[in-house]
Every structure is written in structure tokens, then in C-alpha cells.
Design a protein around this ligand. Structure first.
Ligand code: CDP
Length: 255
């Protein structure tokens, strides 16, 4: 069944197939993990299933507060039906605390709280290592208009507020995250929607009490079992029943 479907695009962690209707895709979540621009690679059993469920949870929650997303519905363990969109070639990063490249660039300790959330744009290009770009480049190269950039910043901050609150409620600090946005056309008018995924692959999540990392840094920095970390996030959010581990050893009854 899957083999007969037309592949549209294969990325590092996901595959897009043609959807059942025009204007739709099927987004398949792989178990592959990559870091440092794919220099480090592994297959983490169960990661795709967890990210599919977690991304569904976040997209539905964000839709419930009126944020438009590409998500239509989850189809099965690894796949969701999404709306086709014209992806804006930017990684939109929102930071609440310094970490990763910001901590390095600015000589800040990881975990330093920022005076306010900061939104930044990187140009989506693996061969360049997704370089940080100023809004001037984005406008000059025509990747997005000034109006769209303003809309993207507002959207990103709304996503941040909702995500931060949900995470805080389960004892997790949202350090930073990345989103991607796409354009859909209503007749001749472009409209921005949240696209791609939101999962621990694209967020930094720290336990509030212990500071334990529950995101892809576990893989990047060899801090333990990545699927265990993602399972912990899923359990806290109630996305998975808490008695199911990512590697069940016995058959489990599903009702
Ligand atoms: O993760 P890294 O240190 O390379 O870059 P960053 O700019 O500090 O990343 C900020 C946030 O965006 C982190 O939560 C990353 O996981 C996420 N990110 C991503 O999902 N994909 C990228 N290509 C770059 C960053």
C-alpha cells in the first residue's frame, strides 16, 4: 500500500507522500535522528510514533486557540494527513532562555532567562548550515514580505505562549523551539499557516525541578536514551497512557 504511494519529498526525519485528495499530503514520521547537520545519525526505535502523537497533540491544541495549521488528522501510528502549503524557506526560532547556538554566539550560560521571548530567522539550507539571517535578507531575496515577517513573528509568539503554558503545567520549561510556516492561497490571497511538526526534535525541554533534558539534546550530547526522554514528555502530557513504555516486552491489550 505504502509502496504504491507517490513520494513527494524525503527529509531527515519525515517523508511526504501524495495525499488522497488534491492539496493534501501524508506526512510519515521516521525513526531516524540526525544532529549537527546530519553528521551524527541513528535510528531511535519508536521516535517516529512519539513525534507523530506529540505533534498531533500540539497542532490540535494550537488550532483550539485559533492558530491555523497544516494538520488535518492523524491517520495511524506514524502518519498524519496534512494540508499542502508553500513552505517559507525559514526556520523560525523562538527562545525564552539562552541555549545552543545563541548561548555560544553570545557567550551566555545555557539556561539564562531572556528579558523577553526572542524570535529569530535562519535560512533553511543544510549545505550552509541554516545560517541566521536578518529580516533585510529575507525581504531582499523575496523569501517573505515585511508583512509576512510581522505575521510570522506574531504567530510564533502565540505558539510560544501556548506551548510554554502547556509545558509549565507538566513541570517542563520550554527553553526554545523551531517552527516552519507555509502559505496557502485563498483565491489570490496568501495566508500563513503553521506547518512541519512540533516535537521534542525541534524544541528544548528541561525538567523544571531537575533541569533534566527531555529533547533532542539527549541525542546530540549523548545524555541517555532519546526515546525514554520523549516518552516522558508524552506521558506527562497524557498523550500516551502512563503504563505503556516505548518498548513493550509483552502484548498489551488495547481497548
Ligand atoms: O540546536 P542548535 O544549537 O543547532 O541551534 P539553535 O539555534 O540553538 O536551536 C534553537 C531551537 O531550534 C532548538 O530547540 C533546536 O532543536 C531547534 N532547531 C531545529 O529544530 N532545527 C534546526 N535546523 C535548528 C534548530
Amino acid at each position: 500500500m505504502m509502496a504504491r504511494r507517490k513520494l513527494v519529498y524525503e527529509g531527515k526525519a519525515k517523508i511526504l507522500y501524495e495525499g488522497p485528495e488534491p492539496g493534501t499530503f501524508v506526512q510519515y514520521f521516521k525513526d531516524d535522528a540526525t544532529a549537527f547537520n546530519a553528521e551524527k545519525k541513528a535510528v531511535i526505535e519508536g521516535k517516529g510514533v512519539l513525534n507523530n502523537r506529540l505533534s498531533e497533540y500540539f497542532m490540535i491544541g494550537l488550532q483550539s486557540i485559533g492558530i491555523p495549521t497544516h494538520f488535518i488528522k492523524r491517520l495511524n501510528m506514524r502518519e498524519q494527513l496534512i494540508r499542502q502549503a508553500e513552505i517559507v524557506p525559514l526556520e523560525v526560532i523562538v527562545r525564552n532562555y539562552a541555549a545552543g547556538t545563541m548561548a555560544k554566539r553570545m557567550g551566555m550560560d545555557e539556561g539564562t532567562q531572556l528579558p523577553r521571548p526572542v524570535v529569530e530567522f535562519s535560512y533553511k539550507d543544510d549545505s550552509l548550515g541554516d545560517p541566521l539571517v536578518p529580516e533585510e535578507y529575507i525581504a531582499a531575496f523575496g523569501w517573505a514580505s515585511q508583512q509576512e515577517m510581522d505575521d510570522i513573528v506574531s504567530l510564533a509568539l502565540r505558539v510560544n505562549d501556548w506551548m510554554s503554558g502547556v509545558m509549565y503545567g507538566v513541570g517542563i520549561k520550554l527553553i526554545d523551539f523551531k517552527i516552519e510556516v507555509g502559505r496557502v492561497w485563498d483565491n489570490d490571497f496568501p495566508r500563513l499557516i503553521l506547518a512541519d511538526e512540533i516535537s521534542p526534535d525541534s524544541c528544548r525541554l528541561w525538567d523544571i525541578e531537575t533541569g533534566q533534558k527531555l529533547d533532542k539534546d539527549v541525542f546530540r550530547r549523548d545524555l541517555g536514551d532519546l526515546a525514554d526522554a520523549y516518552t516522558e514528555v508524552a506521558k506527562r502530557l497524557g498523550v500516551l497512557p502512563s503504563n505503556v513504555t516505548h518498548a513493550p516486552t509483552k502484548p498489551t491489550l488495547i481497548n
